[in-house]
Write a new protein. Structure first.
Length: 228
């Protein structure tokens, strides 16, 4: 043995899960632990528009006209982003693909690069518990400290434990009806993707209602398994 180490494979992961499932938190953990880069559709669009790339200019024209940015433009922006050197250790895709057509376009982009989707990770939630979790959130308007009606109430009612502020705020869309609608839309939209990636033996389901650290360990296990 000469002591050299075979380079590990740069994984391409998709992180699926409804709003409130903890995708952002878990993606940041994977970035820190494995050097992966989280790629969200919104961030990539804004960066491409700001940079003035060809695809970015096309996206800007659509947005200024009040039209939806087409799948073709989004996939071009993604292809440009994947070609940047900071993605060499692997990426986590968040918010794309959303449809089977987008998934097929993504497969084509990756195939040109000699890559494929290594894992589509679905953070599985209990809908009723998610409604309780999200609709009960509120924050201190002064310092941003987060609270919850059931799981984390201030020691003194309506007074922030951290800064002593007495003004609390709730997001307008953090109510039971809105959360239920978002969950229904997510499940309807994502079900075909789960079938698609299950058919490619790339689907991993991880229960996402437990402790954050436990979920992170399961996600890390998936990354280790696909890096080779």
């Amino acid at each position: 043995m000469d002591g050299t180490r075979t380079p590990t494979k740069a994984p391409v992961l998709i992180l699926l899960g409804p709003p409130g499932a903890g995708k952002g938190t878990q993606a940041r953990t994977l970035e820190a632990e494995f050097g992966l880069i989280q790629l969200s559709t919104g961030d990539m669009l804004r960066a491409a528009v700001k940079a003035g790339t060809e695809a970015g200019r096309a996206a800007k024209a659509k947005m200024e006209a009040g039209a939806l940015v087409s799948d073709e433009i989004v996939t071009r922006i993604l292809a440009d982003r994947l070609a940047e050197p900071d993605t060499a250790k692997g990426v986590i895709l968040d918010g794309f693909p959303r449809t089977t057509a987008q998934a097929e376009a993504l497969d084509a982009i990756l195939a040109e690069r000699g890559q494929q989707i290594d894992a589509a990770i679905s953070l599985e939630v209990d809908d009723a518990e998610m409604v309780t979790r999200v609709s009960g959130r509120f924050t201190c308007a002064g310092c941003g400290e987060g609270y919850h009606d059931q799981y984390k109430t201030p020691a003194k009612p309506d007074t922030c434990d951290k800064c002593g502020g007495t003004e609390m705020t709730r997001r307008a869309d953090d109510n039971a009806d809105t959360v239920k609608s978002r969950l229904e839309a997510y499940h309807a939209q994502t079900a075909p993707l789960l079938t698609y990636y299950d058919g490619k033996n790339a689907l991993h389901r991880i229960p996402a209602m437990g402790a954050i650290d436990d979920i992170a360990r399961e996600l890390a296990g998936v990354v280790h398994s696909v890096r080779g």
